[in-house]
Write a protein that binds this ligand. Structure first.
Ligand SMILES: Cc1cc2nc3c(=O)[nH]c(=O)nc-3n(C[C@H](O)[C@H](O)[C@H](O)COP(=O)(O)OP(=O)(O)OC[C@H]3O[C@@H](n4cnc5c(N)ncnc54)[C@H](O)[C@@H]3O)c2cc1C
Length: 499
């Protein structure tokens, strides 16, 4: 496992990642012969077979400014893939929109044939919710762009943009909003379900900073949602994920922040894991909002270790004092905490090697780190088979907690940690033993958690999803009934319409 930093970045490093964008240097592309040769078979959202007529697909392709890709086209294979190499699905067709008009055409086409629809932004969904077998994939990778209004402190972000696009553009003005820790994650996918990251303890979740959105809803309309217009829809997309439509533009509130922060990793011997967990249990809860301090237990062919991954964005003069406590919590093996450009730190977990590694993850939420939870973590972590694994304790709390549970659709406002367990393997090897170990170990630690992050769902039951929305669930169902009564957008933490 790559040891550059474990804050989800090591997961990316382990998995292998690319921007997942295609060149987009062509117009509407159909089959390899630049035309639709024949009718094709596809599947509906309900899992039934449907025949897509050659003429209908020709019309769709000709109406797009972007691309229509069918199996066999050289660009199809790259477009269908997602970050997790263990997920290999084959959509019947892929639309790569170049703007809102293309998104609307794709949604109309899908609705008219009741097609299964997958929406891909950064392609980071662990469980591969952004791809599908036999349906229509709407791949937003050609819709990237960020405009910053420095005076009003607002960023306007296109629906296919990646986190690195946003950080890079906002930071040129000394402005920032919350974003995750791997720069090739999609802004939309991350934000609509939550958005934890290095400055979320200061400025809230990404979705807390979302002021307005443009959404193409299931009926093909473009709907603007803000505090003044369709406010209930804005409430719903802030935590309800992609349930209500395809978000083509996101408007974020920005905050002034200096470019230079103190960040990086400190690594300790695994033999000190218990004392470090005890330290972390106390320190994570009392840490200043400007400190993001994640803890991770790592196991790789090189051995086991405990690593803290940090970002301190408060006054530079205080950093030494803040980190002295972390440094003295054990016997550091490596310490690379340093003054670093925030955008560079945000990229520090990225990797170039695309999709060579499979992964399986489970995650949950936790309020604090109680002694019995620590016992459970340590009991199971030693027993794993070969390969690489990591148990993160992702730092939440701070401003995330200072929002009412019903202020947005994201209800888990008491959490201080997101525990996440991941195993990864070279895609050529057999992961059966590792995945079995993860499931067994997870069953032993899960009772210490309360709910889970919808962006991380994998192998979920509908009951778990419904209950995880807590008291916000009835409002989400009402919104789903209004904006997507036939459940066109179902590959997500799905809210089932009741009409
Ligand atoms: C390496 C890695 C690092 C991560 N780090 C963090 C982190 O630091 N913080 C954090 O909070 N989470 C993190 N995550 C989890 C991440 O939030 C989710 O995986 C998220 O779904 C990724 O969004 P995406 O656009 O890249 O994914 P995709 O797979 O493209 O999309 C996921 C889902 O989002 C929805 N969606 C995407 N775009 C749109 C759109 N424009 N309109 C409507 N719906 C849309 C769709 O339902 C889609 O299935 C990480 C995941 C990975 C793999």
């Amino acid at each position: 496992m790559n040891r550059r930093g474990f804050v989800r970045g090591s997961l990316a490093a382990a998995i292998g990642a690319s921007s997942l964008s295609t060149s987009g240097a062509f117009g509407a592309i159909l089959s390899p012969s630049k035309g639709v040769d024949a009718d094709i078979n596809a599947v509906t959202g309900a899992g039934k077979s449907v025949t897509l007529k050659k003429t209908a697909m020709q019309e769709l392709g000709e109406s797009l400014r972007g691309n229509l890709l069918l199996p066999g086209h050289p660009a199809y294979d790259d477009a269908r893939r997602v970050l997790n190499a263990s997920i290999s699905k084959f959509p019947a067709l892929i639309v790569q929109p170049r703007g809102v008009a293309d998104v609307r055409r794709a949604v109309d086409f899908a609705r008219e044939s009741s097609l299964l629809v997958a929406v891909k932004c950064g392609g980071h969904s662990h469980s591969g919710k952004s791809t599908c077998d036999g349906g229509l994939m709407i791949d937003l990778s050609l819709m990237r762009g960020v405009r910053v209004d420095e005076r009003e402190r607002i960023a306007y972000v296109s629906g296919g943009s990646l986190l690195g696009d946003m950080d890079n553009e906002t930071m040129q003005f000394g402005l920032v909003t919350s974003a995750g820790t791997v720069s090739h994650t999609g802004v939309a996918g991350l934000t609509l379900g939550g958005g934890f990251g290095r400055v979320a303890r200061r400025f809230g979740l990404s979705l807390d900073n979302l002021r307005a959105v443009d959404v193409v809803t299931a009926d093909g309309r473009l709907v603007h949602a803000s505090a003044d217009e369709n406010a209930e829809l804005l409430w719903g997309v802030r935590g309800g994920g992609g349930n209500f439509g395809i978000v083509t533009n996101l408007e974020f509130e920005l905050h002034p922040m200096q470019r230079e922060v103190v960040g990086g990793t400190i690594t300790f011997p695994f033999s000190e894991a218990r004392q470090l967990l005890d330290f972390y249990a106390e320190y994570e809860a009392s840490a200043p909002d400007e400190l993001f301090l994640c803890m991770g237990l790592q196991n790789s062919p090189q051995g086991k270790a405990v690593q803290f991954n940090a970002c301190y964005s408060g006054p530079a003069r205080d950093a030494e004092r803040v980190f002295a406590k972390v440094r003295s919590a054990g016997t550091p093996l490596r310490d690379n905490l340093r003054t670093i450009d925030y955008v560079a730190l945000q990229r520090s977990g990225d990797v170039d090697d695309p999709r060579a590694v499979g992964s399986y993850t489970k995650s949950g939420f936790s309020v604090g780190l109680k002694p019995k939870f620590i016992d459970a973590i340590l009991d199971g972590f030693g027993e794993q088979p070969g390969g690489s694994s990591v148990f993160f304790l992702y730092h939440c709390g701070g401003a995330i907690n200072r929002v009412a549970a019903d202020a947005t659709a994201f209800p888990h406002r008491e959490i201080t940690l997101t525990p996440l367990l991941a195993v990864s393997w070279p895609i050529t090897s057999d992961p059966t033993a590792q995945v079995a170990w993860l499931r067994k170990y997870w069953a032993s630690v899960e009772p210490h958690m309360q709910g889970f992050y919808t962006n991380d769902i994998i192998d979920e039951t509908q009951k778990q999803v419904d209950e995880n929305y807590l008291g916000n669930y009835p409002r989400l169902v009402a919104l789903k009934n209004q904006y997507d009564p036939a459940n066109l957008f179902r590959l997500n933490a799905n809210v089932i319409p009741s009409v």
